[in-house]
Design a binder for this molecule. Structure first.
Ligand SMILES: *Cc1c(COP(=O)(O)O)cnc(C)c1O
Length: 227
């Protein structure tokens, strides 16, 4: 794992700017979410010192161990949950995160709505769409996305602002980015969380507003256990 995330951050930021130039987009319209699962606090501190402010974590428990102190020291940091969320961790998630990318079922909506009221905090929420219809992957089916977004808003009063997808790793991502962009437009959602280290430039060309980039910034990760 790289000890100096500033190099990776600079490289990825430049590649995003180039992708924006190719597609006639304002580079300010793309948020680089530095995916920092398994990255230790010392390295995160370096990234913050290098000027980066937006980070994404996969697990509530890991984030709770790393971020409360860092955030107290750097209140302008924005923290995103990019991994799956269990309903029984909704309260912790609402307290800790500014944006949650993985809303994908009614039971979670109910838990989030309750916790948002309880804690008087309304993080921005993205609905995860399983664009590849993979059995093992989280997310609502593409054909259910419109109705699910509507229900999040009308039945639960949730602050849904975008959609998120993780294309199947072994297939070309472009059709998935295109599908997500179409769904977002139909639902009147302005944010799209798509693109990782291998494909974030392409995702920007397809309209991503949030790219989640880990290893291209921090270097290769040790293998993870099950989420
Ligand atoms: C780890 C992770 C990323 C970043 O992956 P890289 O390939 O290292 O850029 C993005 N999104 C999610 C949901 C992740 O879990």
């Amino acid at each position: 794992m790289s000890r100096h995330p500033s190099d990776g951050l600079a490289r990825v930021t430049e590649a995003i700017a180039n992708a924006c130039a190719r597609s006639g987009r304002d580079p300010g319209s793309v948020e680089l979410v530095a995916a920092s699962k398994t990255v230790p606090v010392e390295v995160l501190t370096e990234a913050i010192m290098a000027g980066h402010r937006v980070f994404g974590e996969n697990r509530v428990q890991e984030a709770n161990g790393k971020w409360p102190e860092l955030r107290a020291a750097h209140p302008d940091v924005e923290l995103h949950l990019i991994g799956p969320l269990q309903s029984n961790k909704a309260g912790q998630a609402v307290e800790l995160f500014d944006v949650i990318h993985s809303v994908d079922r009614v039971s979670l909506c109910a838990a989030l709505a309750r916790q948002c009221e309880l804690k008087s905090r309304w993080p921005e929420l993205f609905v995860q769409v399983n664009t590849g219809m993979e059995a093992q992957k989280a997310g609502v089916a593409p054909e259910d996305a419109d109705a699910f977004v509507k229900s999040c808003r009308q039945d639960f009063g949730l602050n849904v602002t975008g959609l998120m997808c993780i294309p199947p790793p072994d297939r070309p991502p472009a059709p998935h980015f295109e599908l997500l962009a179409g769904l977002a437009e139909r639902s009147g959602l302005s944010s799209m969380s798509m693109g990782m280290s291998g494909d974030y430039e392409l995702a920007v060309e397809y309209g991503a507003t949030h790219v989640r980039v880990g290893s291209a910034i921090f270097g290769a990760r040790p293998p993870m256990g099950p989420a």
